[in-house]
Write a protein that binds this ligand. Structure first.
Ligand code: NI
Length: 170
């Protein structure tokens, strides 16, 4: 099932999601739906709050279907170490048609659980490290805007408010 993507302005995007404690078939079905919804929206990462479900689940595939091994499920993820800095243009499915340069750690180690509840750690650099940080932020109710200067963030919010008023933010 393909879920519609929730856009900026919906409070579900700005509140911390609930931790996952039950690893059952319903969770597996939701994860399949999340991959399907992410690909349908042409994204390389999707967090559950972005489909209106406030649970600590994210899916990532920075190769966009090229490499099946790149399909990652992150349940209850945490960034446990960070190294270096890297600035790159970043977007978000919940803030369509906007991109901004965001400075993040260049290399991170993430600890998360897989679909069966097994804990794993994974170290990543560059684009995957960025995806780990972006998606983990989502689960903590944080959008990439929060990494921008106040000036840039306000400008972006003002532009979005105009789009909402014009009925162009559905
Ligand atoms: Ni996002």
């Amino acid at each position: 099932m393909i879920y519609p993507i929730v856009k900026f302005g919906d409070p579900v995007l700005e509140k911390p999601a609930e931790k996952v404690t039950v690893f059952d078939d319903e969770l597996k079905k939701l994860i399949d739906d999340m991959f399907e919804s992410m690909y349908a929206a042409h994204g390389v990462g999707l967090a559950a709050p972005q489909i209106g479900i406030s649970r600590h689940i994210a899916v990532v595939d920075v190769t966009f279907k090229e490499d099946p091994k790149a399909k990652l499920v992150l349940i209850n993820p945490e960034i446990i170490s960070k190294e270096g800095k890297h600035t790159q243009s970043e977007g978000c499915l919940s803030i369509p048609d906007f991109r901004e340069n965001v400075t993040r750690a260049q290399k991170v180690t993430l600890r998360a659980q897989d679909v069966n509840g097994k804990v794993f750690e994974k170290t990543a650099e560059d684009l995957l490290a960025r995806a780990f940080q972006h998606e983990t932020d989502h689960l903590n109710g944080k959008l990439y805007m929060s990494h921008l200067s106040a000036l840039k963030r306000d400008l972006m919010k003002r532009k979005i408010r105009k789009l909402i008023k014009a009925g162009e933010w559905e």
